[in-house]
Design a binder for this molecule. Structure first.
Ligand code: ZN
Length: 47
């Protein structure tokens, strides 16, 4: 399981609705809106 960096939910990468790469790391999201928020301002969410 991976942590959705936007809302903090645990996300199964196989079932995630989307993923984004940032700084060489892949992030997975529980919903399209979480992915959109991340893509808009990844540095705010990426650790
Ligand atoms: Zn989420």
């Amino acid at each position: 399981m991976q942590k959705d960096p936007v809302c903090g939910m645990q996300v199964d990468p196989a079932k995630s609705v989307g993923s984004s790469e940032y700084n060489g790391k892949t992030y997975y999201f529980c919903s399209a809106s979480c992915k959109q928020k991340f893509d808009r301002d990844p540095k705010q969410y990426a650790k």
